[in-house]
Structure formats: C-alpha cells, structure tokens
Design a protein around this ligand. Structure first.
Ligand SMILES: Nc1ncnc2c1ncn2[C@@H]1O[C@H](COP(=O)(O)OP(=O)(O)OP(=O)(O)O)[C@@H](O)[C@H]1O
Ligand SMILES: [Mg+2]
Length: 373
C-alpha cells in the first residue's frame, strides 16, 4: 500500500523538457490513469517513479518518504513496461517467478504463485517456453504476470494491454480491476485507450507536452473539461470545437457563429461581442427539422452499425453528430440541430481555458495544483 506524491518533477533531455513541473498526489489505493498523446512524457514520468530515470528537478515521495535518489530495487513498486522487458534466456515460468526468487521465497511458494497467476492470465500452457517463442500479446501477459506475482505497494503499468486483441484486452481489463479491488494497492497506469481510462480510473491525469492539463474523475474530465485540449482529447469522436461570439440579445446571452445561434442560459457573463471557442459533444446534438440552433448541410453519413455519424457543414464549422441508426438524413440535405444550453462549453480562444463565468467553480479536485505536504 502506498501513497505516491510527485512534487514539481521535471525531466530535461538536452535542452528539451520531456516532463515539466508535474505535481500529482496519488492516494493509497487509487487507480490513477495517465492519458495523453504520444511523446507527452507518460513513460518518462513512470520511469522516474520506478527509479529508472533521474528527475532533473523535483521530488518523489512514497508514503511521505523521499525516494528521489533511492535505487529501483529499494522502491516497493512493480513496473510493467511498454516494451515488456522480459529475460530472453529464462522460461516463462522463471520470468514470472523472478521477483519472488530475488526475494528468496521458498521453491514451493514460488511454484504455487506462478501457477496461480499463469492460470489467471491464460499462460498455463506456455510456462516452459522462452519469450522469443511467444506472440506480442503473450509476452505482454508474461510481463503483467511478473508484476502480479508479488504484492507491491504500487503497480506502475505502461500500456500493459496495447498488444492484446479485443477479447483478451477486455478480459484482462476486468482482471486488473478485480486485482485492484482485491489488493487495494495503488495503480499508476498509462494508456492511449480511452475506454480503459474511463472504465478503470478512479482519477485520470491528462498530460500534454510534459504538463498536466487536468486531473479529476473520468466524469469531471468528460463533462467539465478544464481546457479545449482536454475537450478535444476525450471522447470518440471528440467534442466539436469552433470559433464563435457571445452576444447579448433581448437581455439574454447567446452564442453565435455562421449558421449557429444558441441560447446560453446565463445570467451574468462577458461583454457583448466576446470571442470564444465553443464546444458541443457529438452525442449532445440532436437532429430536428424545425430546429434553428444550428442550420447546415449534411456532407457525410458514416454507419457504425448501432449508430450513425452525421457530418453537418454550417458556415462556421463542420459538426459531427452522433445519432441512433437510422439517422434519417441524406447527404446534401439541409437540416436543423438542437442542443441544450448546458451542453455548450465555452473556452478562451487564446489560451484554451474554460471560461469561468459559464458556471461556478467546482470543489477543488485538482490536486496537481495542491502543494505536497
Ligand atoms: N532517453 C531520451 N533521450 C532523449 N529524449 C527522450 C528520451 N526518452 C524520451 N525522450 C523524449 O521525451 C519525450 C517524452 O517521451 P515519453 O517516452 O515519455 O513519451 P510517452 O508519452 O510515453 O509517448 P508514447 O505514448 O508514444 O509512449 C519525447 O519527446 C521523447 O522523444
Ligand atoms: Mg510511452
């Protein structure tokens, strides 16, 4: 069991920052998922916590003790690498049992734990093979098994399911959720997969170019993105974002762009004519022939099986609408769309920050901003 604190950690390679002033406070027993585009610093951050990379500045604490300079084996953490990092000369069984042998457990105990974990991850038939004779997905499961065989204070996992097929991925995902519940251990988990992030995380930290954009529950990030980057990163397809203007009309505020005119339901707010970046999620737009909020022309209809994605061009934006199938519209048709005022997100067009006058600030959840005790 462990609380992990990352206190203003930066990592520079030459003159470039891979990680910039990142602070995170991960409570004991949390399942924190780190999300972000390729190259944003996720692996570097994980490697620094594991002790495989030295921070340029900042501190890392486990249960309040500063471990920034501790050797990897002195940290009670198990890591699953993006690249598996198996011992090529050892069999699967020996690879899985390695952490227990290093801790001088009895032969009988090691054999039993290896059998259990191998069974859980469907590796029982492969125990005598060497890594070279395994598929990518099998190697990944061996790497997971090696971490799961012991009972560390925290698990650090770098895209541990990326090479598994859809069925095995969803089974292993359930396995990890169960493992987390059973052990009550702290998980710090890196993924590209939004489904993994939304389903597994107690909180998500979204990174962008070495910095934390937002930390919060999956619902907070999805429903109240703090920045336009978060809004555009989460969701598939992502939130529609387009430049617009806030205008005051007959005593009420409206958001307007070419082909778009929506009530905002705000009492107070910005000056008439304020430029904003507006956002509406595809599933929050509804096709309605009589609607005047959005008027546009259908440019494409994509059939996803259960749903359809309808692309609608207004003068100002190309909007994606997610609708039950059949959406009942054809390419070239002029249609209307409706959206509730509460589903419209507004951001500062320069810095991309959510405009605070839109709604009251929530209780402070953003521990990235909180200082480490
Ligand atoms: N040893 C190194 N020397 C120089 N630059 C490095 C080194 N390791 C990482 N970087 C750079 O640091 C940045 C962050 O890399 P990192 O591997 O942490 O990204 P990531 O978020 O894990 O990406 P991905 O999702 O593709 O795995 C990248 O620009 C990368 O090129
Ligand atoms: Mg990586």
């Amino acid at each position: 069991m462990a609380r992990l604190q990352i206190d203003k950690v930066s990592k520079r390679f030459g003159t470039d920052y891979a990680v910039r002033e990142v602070s995170l406070d991960i409570a004991d027993g949390e399942f924190l998922v780190m999300l972000g585009p390729s190259g944003c610093g996720k692996s570097t951050l994980l490697r620094m916590i594991a002790g495989l990379e030295q921070p340029s500045t900042g501190r890392i604490l486990v249960d309040g003790a500063d471990i920034t300079d501790a050797a990897p084996q002195q940290r009670d953490l198990a890591m699953v690498f993006q690249s598996y990092a198996l011992y090529p000369h050892l069999t699967v069984a020996k690879n899985i049992g390695f952490p227990l042998r290093a801790r001088r457990r009895s032969r009988a105990e090691i054999a039993q734990r290896v059998r259990e974990v191998a069974g859980t991850l469907e590796l029982s038939a492969l125990l005598e093979r060497r890594p070279a004779a395994l598929s990518g997905g099998q190697r990944q499961r061996v790497a997971l098994a090696r971490a799961m065989v012991r009972d560390p204070g925290a698990f650090l996992m770098d895209e541990p399911l990326s090479n598994l097929d859809a069925k095995l991925r969803s089974a292993t995902r359930a396995e990890l959720i169960a493992l987390h519940r059973r052990l009550g251990a702290t998980f710090l988990y890196v993924t590209h997969d939004q489904v993994e992030a939304m389903t597994m995380a107690t909180r998500i930290a979204l990174l962008n170019a070495g910095r934390v954009e937002q930390v919060g529950t999956p619902e907070e990030l999805y429903d109240r993105p703090r920045t336009a980057f978060v809004a555009g990163f989460l969701g598939s397809p992502p939130m529609n974002l387009f430049p617009a203007e806030v205008v005051s009309h007959e005593g009420a505020l409206r958001m307007r762009a070419d082909g778009i005119d929506a009530a905002l339901g705000l009492s107070g707010g910005p000056d008439d004519g304020t430029a904003v970046l507006a956002g509406i999620r595809p599933e929050r737009l509804r096709i309605d022939p009589a609607a005047t909020t959005v008027r546009g022309r259908v440019t494409m209809v994509e059939n996803l099986g259960s749903e359809e994605l309808v692309h609608v061009a207004t003068g100002a934006a190309d909007l994606c609408v997610r609708a039950p199938r059949p959406a009942g519209v054809a390419v070239g048709e002029d249609i209307g769309l409706r959206a509730d005022a509460t589903d419209i997100h507004l951001f500062d067009p320069d810095r991309g920050l959510r405009l605070t006058w839109q709604e009251p600030e929530p209780a402070v959840q953003d521990v990235a901003a909180a200082s480490v005790a």
